[in-house]
Design a protein. Structure first.
Length: 102
């Protein structure tokens, strides 16, 4: 019984990881309150972030840090607040998804 439960939990974790790399995770972590995929809201559109950082070797690490710690000045005067509700793994997943936007 315990083994079956572990298998089910492991499978659901794997299944949810695919869904995490989507707007679902961005919505769940309140990213969409300030950002949209294609249009600037309070912060830049995710497609614009992807375009700005395309080809930069350190882009994922730099953007992961910004998601977690916040930042200011890169996109104008409005600062991006820190996001303590986002784990490092979630931040990396979000950044990979953002960088895939066209």
């Amino acid at each position: 019984m315990k083994r079956s439960l572990l298998v089910v939990l492991a499978m659901s974790a794997l299944a949810s990881s695919g869904a995490m790399a989507s707007t679902d995770l961005a919505k769940a972590k309140n990213c969409m309150a300030c950002h949209a995929v294609a249009n600037k809201l309070v912060g830049p559109a995710f497609k614009d972030v992807a375009a700005k950082y395309a080809g930069q070797k350190d882009a994922e690490a730099k953007l992961t840090a910004k998601v977690l710690k916040g930042g200011s000045g890169t996109w104008g005067a409005v600062p991006m607040p820190a996001n303590p509700q986002v784990s490092e793994a979630e931040a990396k997943t979000l950044v990979k998804w953002i960088m895939a936007q066209k």
